[in-house]
Write a protein that binds this ligand. Structure first.
Ligand code: FAD
Length: 491
């Protein structure tokens, strides 16, 4: 019998609960310390879209895919961009996307219901984590006795108590504050707002001011009034809610009355200054400690990767630990997968925030939606490429002809594909010899996998990192080249 480590998970948010659930499914125990007294102690926020390769995959691994489907709102994947003067500039009409929405409260409850009684210890605020002489760490709970664990996972969000033990990084203010408002029973009470928002999200970008609104379940609309301003500079008289809302609306002077209704009819819920950890945050592996989710890679919500990434982290760490063998090695393997994934997401989130709430008049949000539509069209065309030969002759050839991609990869990679449509291809990204050719010459990196896995990977239906961990995809030579190429191909 393999010896399992004793595991503490600090924080029962989406990341910590996903980790706990998948550990439990694999017969491994863990203790979740959660500071909230019960699941509904705090409003959990609005709607989240679950991405196929991260949130949805984590739910599948957690055995909760079917339960998720019964709650998920596939019909709420729309998107609209308005000019601040109220003109509709863009409307996403493809409702067949693969990013179904779910209310955060429902998602958290789904995970909680799948855990054994007592696995989450509510009302337990972790004050600190202390190294012990025997290599373990003591979890110090406010008002409770210390408890020692082999592995302590920081899943405790932005202001993690575990992070200082592995990293000196602290979140910084990104220059934007969100004011969160809620509108209930919108279809009945506010049909004009219901029509404005439609089935999904809307954006209206002004100079340093952006309005975002999003439909949740049960006729609820969550509104985020985003303002670029110095930290703590927003002064709203919150003792008189109606007045606070009017003060906020004054910051959006010049926006069309129909858009301002999103603020005027809203109930003020929270002020959320946007904080982030530096893009690419990483740390040297420390035995017995690791981080998942916001504790590891806090980022702005633009891109919608935070909760998805937290769940993917929880799933990847659980899977690595469940493999058996050396659990310290498993933690290092998880970190090697998490850091590049989170870095890319954080880069996108930082760019998203700076464009979406920008001082200039350019509509970065509109540009983003338009480029997403073009990428979607390109992806659909790629999906039609059913055999590797077609992928190499078209998509891969285009990639090797792209100077920016050549600069990023700057190496040649051989694909040895098994199966009826397999063979060996060289994708050469070096200046002077760039291009695609058949052959088995020795190059910087060789990737071996099945032909149908390769086409699925290019179509975004196959997780190369997990396949690598599971031995279904093998890499020889320069791993960094393989990872860079994988990232570009998976897009
Ligand atoms: C306005 C807004 C909109 C967002 N929209 C999206 C979106 O659409 N899609 C998306 O993917 N992401 C979104 N995010 C990001 C997402 O909310 C986070 O990335 C996600 O919640 C991170 O999950 P987590 O489990 O790492 O941390 P958290 O959800 O922060 O959970 C941490 C848990 O740890 C507990 N805790 C904290 N400190 C302690 C302690 N000392 N002791 C014990 N327990 C502790 C907390 O109570 C909490 O339950 C949004 C964020 C914001 C602010």
């Amino acid at each position: 019998m393999p010896q399992h480590p004793t595991i503490a998970i600090v924080g029962g948010g989406l990341g910590g609960l996903t980790l706990a659930r998948i550990l439990h499914l694999n017969g491994m125990a863990a203790t979740v310390f959660e500071l909230d007294a019960h699941p509904l102690a705090r409003p959990q926020g609005g709607s989240l879209d679950m991405h196929a390769e991260t949130g949805q995959r984590a739910l599948r691994l957690a055995g909760l895919e079917d339960a998720f489907r019964t709650l998920a709102r596939y019909e709420d994947q729309g998107g609209k961009v308005y000019h601040p003067d109220g003109r509709l500039l863009f409307e996403e009409t493809d409702f067949e996307g693969d990013r179904p929405e779910i209310d955060r409260t429902q998602l958290r409850q789904l995970l909680l219901d799948a855990l054994p009684e007592g696995m989450v210890r509510w009302g337990q605020k972790v004050a600190a984590v202390r190294p012990l002489a025997d290599g373990r760490h003591a979890v110090v709970v406010e008002g409770g006795p210390d408890e020692a664990f082999d592995l302590v996972v920081g899943a405790d969000g932005a202001w993690s108590r575990v992070r200082p033990l592995v990293s000196s990084a602290t979140p910084f203010y990104e220059g934007v504050t969100f004011v969160e408002l809620g509108i209930d029973d919108v279809d009945r009470r506010h049909p004009a707002i219901a029509a404005l928002v439609g089935r999904g999200k809307i954006f209206a970008k002004g100079r340093s001011r952006t309005l975002v609104a999003q439909r949740s379940s049960n006729g609820h609309i969550r509104v985020y009034a985003a303002l670029r301003m110095a930290e703590n500079a927003l002064e709203l008289d919150r003792t008189t809610p109606g007045w606070a809302v009017a003060q906020l609306a004054a910051h959006f002077d010049g926006f069309a009355p129909a858009l301002l209704e999103l603020i005027m009819q809203g109930e003020l819920l929270a002020l959320r200054p946007m904080y982030a950890l530096p893009v690419g945050h990483r740390w040297d592996n420390r035995p017995g400690l690791t981080l998942i989710g916001d504790a590891a890679h806090l980022m702005s919500p633009f891109g919608g990767e935070g909760a998805n990434g937290a769940m993917a982290d929880g799933a990847d760490l659980a899977l690595a630990l469940a493999r058996g063998g050396d659990w310290r090695r498993a933690v290092a393997d998880y970190e090697a997968i998490m850091v590049p994934r989170a870095s890319e997401a954080a880069r996108g989130a930082a760019e998203g925030l700076s464009g979406a709430v920008a001082e200039d008049a350019r509509d970065h949000v509109l540009e983003h939606f338009q480029s997403m539509q073009q990428e979607g069209d390109a992806a659909r065309r790629t999906e039609e490429l059913s055999v590797p030969r077609e992928v190499f002759e078209t998509r891969m050839a285009e990639m090797t002809a792209n100077a920016e991609i050549r600069k990023r990869v700057n190496a040649a990679c051989r694909f040895d594909l098994s199966g009826p449509n397999g063979g060996s291809w060289i994708a050469d990204f070096r200046e002077g010899s760039a291009g695609v050719r058949r052959g088995d010459e020795a190059v910087q990196c060789t990737i071996a996998m099945r032909d149908d896995d390769f086409t699925a990977m290019v179509a975004g239906r196959f997780n190369a990192r997990m396949a690598f961990m599971g031995g279904r995809l093998k890499v020889k030579g320069d791993m960094a080249v393989a990872m860079t190429l994988g990232e570009i191909l998976e897009r």
